[in-house]
Design a protein around this ligand. Sequence first.
Ligand code: PMP
Length: 356
Amino acid sequence: MLKYRTGLKDMPSYDVVERDWQIKVNANECNMNLPPMVEDRLMGRLSRVAFNRYPNEEYDALREQIADNHKLQKENVLLGSGSSEIIEKLFYCFGGTKAKKIVYPEPSFSMYRIYAKAAQATGIPVALEEDFSLDIEKFVNTVNEEKAALAVICNPNNPTGTGYSVSDIEYIADNIHGNCALLIDEAYIEFYGRTAVGLLSSHPNLIVARTFSKAYGLASARVGYMLASTAIVTMIEKAYMPYHMNVLSLATADIVYQMRHEYVPRIQMMIAERKRMSAELGKLPGVTVYPSETNFVLIRYAKAAKLNEYLESKGIGVRCFGDAPGLKNCLRISMGLREENDQWLDAIRQFVEGRA
Ligand code: PMP
C-alpha cells in the first residue's frame, strides 16, 4: 500500500465534464482568442525570449507593471499559475492543521472547500441567503467565533454572479478580528468594477486575488496575481518553488496587460450579452434567473438535470451543479459569442416550452 498524504484519498476532485463541445459555455472562459493586435505584439516578443535563462526579468517586469497600475510597489504583488495557485498557496499558508479555520460563503467557488481540505485546515462554510446575498453580520460573527485564520469572499461571486458592495467588504475587513487574513477573490472584477484594491492601504490583513483567465481570455497561459502588504507577500512567497512561472506565460500576460485597453470593447460586449441573455432567460416559464455582475448567469429550473442532458446531446456544455449545497437544480452558463448565445438560448427555450 502506498503511503499517501493523510486525507488525500478522501479529497474530492474538481468535477467538470469536458468533451469536444460544439458550444462551450461551462467554465466562464472568454470565447475569443487574442485580439489580432495583441497577437502581433506577442509574436514579436516571444522571438526575443531568452529560453536559456530563468525568467527573473519577465517576472519582475509583469509585477512592476501590475504594481504601477494599482499605485503599489512590486513587493505588493505576487504572481501565480492562475489565481488557482495563489488561492491554494494562501490556504496552505494559513492552514496546516485542523485547528486553523478558513471561512468562506457557500455557495461560492467550489475549490475553496477542496483547498481547505488539501491544506489540512478546517473549512467553515457560511450559507448565503436564498437570494445569494451575504449576511455580513453572520459572516463576521462566524469568523470571530471560530477565530479563523483566513476568511474568503469571492466578489462578484462564482457561481451565483452576485456582487457585494465595497462598503460591505470594508465592514467585514473592519470587524473581523485582527489575526485573520481576508482574501477577496476578484476573478470576475473586470465585469463589475467595484474592487477592494482601494482598501489595501488601510487594511494590512487584506489580500486581493485577480486572474488573466476570464476578462483577458488567457485561461491557457495560467496567470493570476495577488495584491497585499509586503509582509504578507514575503510570507506567502516562501511557499513557492523558485521560478514558479514560465517565461511564455509571463511574456504573454505582460503584453496583454500593456494592451488591456484593447479588451474594453469585448468586456462591454460580454456584459451586454449577459444582460441580454438574463432578460431572455427570465421570459421562460419555470426558469429563475439570478442577477449577475459577471460574464456568466446562474439559473434554477426544476428539471435542470434533464435540461443539462438535452443540452449535452446538442453538443452544448454548461455547468450543472447536481446536489451541491444551495445549488440544487442550478445551471451556470457563461457568455459566448452572440451567435453561440442565441443557439444555447434556443435549445433551452425548446426544452422548457416542451418542443425538445
Ligand atoms: N476564483 C474564481 C472565483 C474562479 O471562478 C476561478 C476559475 N474558475 C479561479 C479563481 C481560478 O482561475 P485561474 O486559476 O484560471 O486564474
